[in-house]
Design a binder for this molecule. Structure first.
Ligand code: ADP
Length: 446
């Protein structure tokens, strides 16, 4: 541009012939500098306009210094964009991880307003996101326990609230703990503790029940011991008291045995498939037990009519599981049927193949039946419909709990159908992999 200016100056000089050559060259150079500045300013303005607009796709491509400015700016912006998208992705991953947490998370700002919360917290506390964002949590959760907890400067403890869907027949309890962080902000962590509280209540009930069950025969026993020690009794009276004491001792023994069985069932691994138990042997033993028990409970009345039937379609059958457990499940049900069915009643056990390949063992009796409100609770430990009837007949209240456990451990189930006055039917179902046929059916299968 400068050379061009000087050239233009000299040309002008030769044309005009009025100025000296060096002066003309200087003017030309000045003109060239001005032109160059003008062009450069225009380029700069284009770059500035592009930067103001901020549209990277519309970047100008000027030459020289401005070109490099544009290139470096674009490179810098690209680097920033990449860093931003990486940190956005990290934030997304982080939030997804908190969303996936089984615990609720609520972030509160310094004014106790909700900044963010995951779905679990919203569900447990009954919050509506995004409606409740920026709302003070104290205005949304009105539980007095929560208000007192939030007002307490000591955040080390936690508070337990009723969950949003809490009902008497469907308890829902949520534990909440706050953790201060940052500048007056707080993190609230929520956890569903319904199952935990129920387990704790069950444990307390269980200890109370066991103590009660043991205390009753113990009190009777120690009363008889005192009587024998202090009263001059005739030998036949002594024998009478000793027999009563033996009954109480036997009751305590049964209770301890059932408790040990339950704890063994809970603590041992699922039974394997490699020690088969012959169904016919199991039924023969149970049948003998049933007849012996019947003879002892009818007390001179007509014995029970006990029939055990294996469906002809079954042939020989082996049960695959823990033989002792399976035997105790069937024998518990048979013993209940005998104990709760009045003298002369009918008891029938039927083994049947199922359409799904499983095997069912039904124990049907013609006893008093059970009212529908009791049926769902019968497998709870120590639950009895008629407490004195159960005790009189040597029941511990743990039999059906044991049966249910045994079936669950074998992948099966216990179902109960009963109607007052119509008798009861207890059905054990074993899945297809828990039994096998050893001989062909007696008659062709339909
Ligand atoms: P228990 O040792 O008291 O028999 P279970 O757990 O075996 O305890 O049974 C729980 C309750 O279920 C019994 O107390 C009884 O009230 C009821 N029950 C069980 N089997 C029968 C049955 N076959 N007929 C009527 N009631 C039954």
């Amino acid at each position: 541009m400068l050379i061009l200016g000087v050239g233009v100056g000299l040309y002008w000089d030769s044309l005009q012939n009025l100025h000296t050559a060096w002066l003309s060259a200087a003017w030309g150079a000045l003109l060239a500098v001005m032109l160059w500045s003008l062009v450069d300013t225009l380029r700069g303005l284009r770059v500035l306009a592009w930067l103001r607009k901020g549209d990277m796709a519309m970047a100008p491509h000027p030459m020289g210094l401005w070109g490099e400015v544009v290139d470096r700016t674009r490179r810098l912006v690209r680097l920033r964009e990449r860093a931003l998208s990486e940190s956005e992705q990290r934030l997304k991953d982080f939030l997804s991880a908190i969303q996936a947490s089984p615990n609720g998370v609520v972030l509160l700002d310094a004014d106790s307003q909700i900044e963010w919360c995951n779905q679990m917290a919203a569900q447990q506390l009954g919050l509506d996101i995004p409606r409740d964002l920026k709302q003070r949590i104290g205005n949304l959760l009105r539980d007095p326990g929560f208000t007192a907890y939030m007002a307490n400067p000591d955040s080390s403890a936690s508070v337990v609230l009723q969950g949003r869907n809490h009902r008497v027949d469907h308890p829902e309890r949520v534990s909440l703990q706050r953790h201060p962080y940052g500048d007056g902000k707080q993190l609230l962590l929520t956890r569903d503790v319904t199952a935990l509280e129920q387990a704790e209540a069950m444990r307390r009930d269980f200890v109370a029940n066991v103590s009660h069950e043991i205390r009753t025969p113990l009190t009777v026993l120690s009363g008889f011991v005192e009587t024998l020690q202090n009263l001059p009794l005739a030998p036949d009276e002594q024998q009478h008291y000793l027999a009563l004491m033996a009954t109480q001792a036997h009751r305590m023994q049964s209770l301890v045995e059932d408790l040990l069985t339950l704890s063994r069932l809970e603590g041992s691994p699922v039974p394997g498939y490699h020690s088969p138990l012959d169904l016919s042997r199991l039924l023969r033993d149970c049948e003998q037990e049933a007849r012996a028990l019947s003879a002892s409970v009818v007390q001179g009345g007509p014995a029970h009519a006990v029939t055990f039937v294996v469906a002809p379609a079954l042939g020989g059958v082996q049960l695959l599981g823990d033989g002792r457990e399976l035997q105790s499940a069937v024998s518990n049900l048979v013993s209940n049927a005998v104990r709760y069915t009045p003298a002369g009643g009918r008891i029938q056990l039927t083994a049947l193949p199922q359409d799904d390949g499983g095997l069912s063992v039904q124990i049907q009796d013609s006893g008093p039946g059970i009212a529908p409100e009791h049926v769902p609770r019968l497998t709870e430990r120590f639950y009895r419909v008629d407490r004195s009837r159960s005790r009189e007949s040597g029941g511990t209240g743990l039999g059906l709990a044991i049966v249910k456990h045994v079936m669950q451990r074998h992948g099966g189930s216990l179902s109960i159908h009963s109607e007052v006055g119509q008798g009861s039917c207890f059905t054990l179902k074993l899945p297809a992999d828990r039994w096998r046929a050893t001989t062909r059916p007696a008659t062709p299968q339909l």
